[in-house]
Design a protein around this ligand. Structure first.
Ligand code: ADP
Length: 263
């Protein structure tokens, strides 16, 4: 009964839908893979200076996968991740996210989709200096207009889930690199995204800290069912994934499931 009232009050269509507080409504088709790329190309520049960074990529990713994206420098990994992260659009081809044709969305709709469903983790952590861990993690909720008390609770919970309970009031300068990346991961998951896109998340960390971060990503994947897409150059890190997609010259050269033995 109360859900009917809530729907009426928010004028949210019956199903499926996302309340506005979470960044707008994105229709969801049932039975589709989470991510589907078909014939995706990306050309930078034009005329004689044109360069085709992606040359027809087909890729399906199901909910709950942990995928490592590998390949030599310049092979199109970042271009593909930018498209998957709705930060850029293909020159041709299609990108379906939960059945929604992303290439047909307006810039605003893409931004809403990104804020609602995607979380990002970068090599350089990208935290605000002189801002506490809790406030850093609260930021995505602040942008969504979530009230202060709710933000605090959700951010504290996210920090606890990355093993940083008790570190809420520390600023990045007071944290180790590994801890800073944990804060960045907490910030990425505080909005409860479907997908975490991680661009060389351990690139700035020593091997022990790298392993801890990979364990954390695997735990989030398994326990919270977050789909993880991670670019890495390091086979040791790719070993935590259950599937390795290898780019060469703007194409998927190989797409290999991994068994748990090597992890
Ligand atoms: P990777 O992440 O695998 O190193 P990228 O996707 O960054 O590869 O780049 C693929 C190719 O596209 C590279 O040759 C790169 O120089 C080129 N490229 C990437 N971004 C741009 C851009 N904004 N303008 C022109 N060329 C670009």
């Amino acid at each position: 009964m109360s859900s009917v009232l809530t729907r009426t009050r928010l004028a949210v269509p019956p199903t499926p839908a996302v309340p506005d507080v979470h960044g707008g409504q994105v229709p969801v088709a049932v039975g589709e893979p989470l991510i589907r790329l078909r014939g995706v190309t990306k050309t930078y520049g034009s005329g004689s200076a044109a360069f085709q960074a992606l040359r027809g990529v087909d890729l399906d990713i199901a909910a709950g996968e942990f995928v490592a994206v590998m390949g030599p420098s310049g092979s199109g990994k970042s271009t593909a991740m930018n498209i998957l992260g709705c930060l850029d659009t293909p020159t041709s081809g299609t990108y379906q996210f939960r059945g929604v044709a992303v290439q047909r969305l307006s810039r605003d709709q893409r931004a809403r989709l990104r804020r609602r469903w995607l979380g990002f983790v970068f090599q350089g952590f990208n935290l605000l200096a002189r801002t506490t861990a809790l406030e850093n993690v609260e930021l995505p909720l602040l942008y969504r207009g979530v009230p202060r008390a709710q933000r605090h609770v959700a951010a504290a919970k996210a920090l606890a889930s990355v093993g940083l309970a008790g570190w809420e009031t520390h600023t990045p300068a007071e944290l180790s690199g590994g801890q800073q990346q944990r804060v960045a991961i907490a910030r990425a998951i505080v909005t409860e995204p479907a997908v975490l896109l991680a661009d060389e998340p351990t690139g700035n960390l020593d091997s022990q800290r790298s392993r801890e971060i990979m364990e954390l990503l695997r735990e989030l994947n398994v326990r919270q069912q977050i789909t993880v897409l991670m670019v890495t150059h390091e086979p040791d890190m790719a070993a935590y994934a259950r599937r390795v997609v290898h780019f060469v010259d703007g194409l998927v050269e190989s797409d290999t499931p991994r068994t748990d033995e090597g992890a």
